[in-house]
Write a protein that binds this ligand. Structure first.
Ligand code: GDP
Ligand code: MG
Length: 163
């Protein structure tokens, strides 16, 4: 069975852009994996030696009844529960905010392997500009650029090394 990687993070950090980078096929795999929710945000990926499944989160329309935050939180919990490892995406340019802290707290409590990843980091000096993400209490932050395809191999290698 392929390892399952969940992409979680607040809206607009680049999860779906990353999902598209990490996957080659979509939508066809749900039936192959008992226990995964019927949902179109699953993809098959292969990078270097590794084959894996990726789950994107946060792509649903806001639900007027439950509210978007409740729905997002539900999706995030569901994706995290299904995953072997989590890629927690933050925005290297926007910096840390309260929603990042909420997600970090949830991941720390759960104790599931999680890789903190700062997206939109193209052209940035990692050590200096990303140090604020240490306050999330999840250790090292990996800099990537989903839009430019930078750091993808290292990202998958590092995430799967946590298994
Ligand atoms: P999501 O809400 O987390 O799924 O984020 P999206 O993938 O929809 O991306 C949100 C916005 O960030 C879009 O305008 C993307 O083009 C932009 N974006 C995504 N990845 C990068 C990146 O690596 N660098 C930059 N500069 N922008 C990015
Ligand atoms: Mg998205």
């Amino acid at each position: 069975m392929k390892p399952v990687i969940a992409l979680v993070g607040r809206p607009n950090v680049g999860k779906s852009t990353l999902f598209n980078r990490l996957t080659k096929t979509r939508d066809a795999i749900v039936a192959d994996f008992a226990g995964l929710t019927r949902d179109r945000h699953y993809g098959n990926g292969k990078l270097g030696e590794h084959e894996y499944i990726v789950i994107d989160t946060g792509g649903f329309e806001p639900d007027a009844q439950s509210g978007i935050y409740k729905e997002m939180a539900k999706q995030t919990r569901q994706a995290v529960a299904e995953a072997d490892v989590v890629i927690f995406v933050v925005d290297a340019r926007a910096g840390v905010n309260a929603q990042d802290h909420d997600i970090a707290k949830y991941l720390r409590k759960l104790g599931k392997p999680a890789l903190l990843t700062a997206n939109k980091a193209e052209g940035m000096t990692e050590g200096v500009q990303l140090s604020e993400f240490f306050e999330l209490g999840l250790g090292e932050v990996l800099a990537v650029s989903a839009a430019h395809g930078q750091g993808m191999r290292t990202l998958v290698d590092s995430a799967l090394a946590l298994l």
